[in-house]
Write a protein that binds this ligand. Structure first.
Ligand SMILES: [Ca+2]
Length: 152
């Protein structure tokens, strides 16, 4: 009897796992497959606030989906609520996009916040990406246990 009951329970368990997997993956799909891929929070060298040093600090996004995703109005912010609001741009299918802290010429793969001070704390911080309406897309946290950068 016991083995019969177990066999009967297995398809139900598999179904539950499938359902759970579907539920867990749907927020990512709704987010268009854009992730925070890599954060370089501690610029190389001393933090002398030069534009080069400011640009050595960045957050890199990746679009893991098979289609371009509009970032219009999306927000990238730190734990202290310093915000970068994306203009009307897209991140291509499978493409990466780095958001540097300092100034520079925006391209398809690199964007610049144009700040004169650092955003990402070297000791501890969280980068959060939200949609225009505030829905959270992704976040990445780090501490001093991480080296100068963190893959998320
Ligand atoms: Ca920093």
């Amino acid at each position: 009897m016991r083995s019969v009951r177990l066999r009967a329970a297995l398809p139900a368990l598999a179904g539950a796992a499938l359902l759970t997997g579907t539920l867990l993956s749907s927020p990512a799909q709704a987010a268009g497959g854009v992730k925070i891929h890599h954060v370089w929070f501690d610029s190389p060298g001393s933090d002398n606030r030069s534009n080069k040093s400011l640009n050595g600090e960045w957050v890199q996004l990746k679009n893991t989906s098979g289609q371009a995703v509009s970032l219009k109005g999306w927000v990238l912010k730190d734990a202290s609520n310093h915000k970068y609001v994306f203009p009307n741009i897209k991140i291509g299918a499978g493409k990466y996009l780095k958001i540097h802290t300092g100034s520079g010429t925006n391209t398809a793969s690199d964007r610049y916040q144009g700040r004169r001070a650092y955003v990402w704390n070297n000791d501890k911080d969280t980068a959060t990406l939200t949609k225009a309406g505030g829905a959270k897309v992704a976040s990445c946290s780090w501490t001093t246990r991480d080296p100068s950068d963190k893959y998320c």
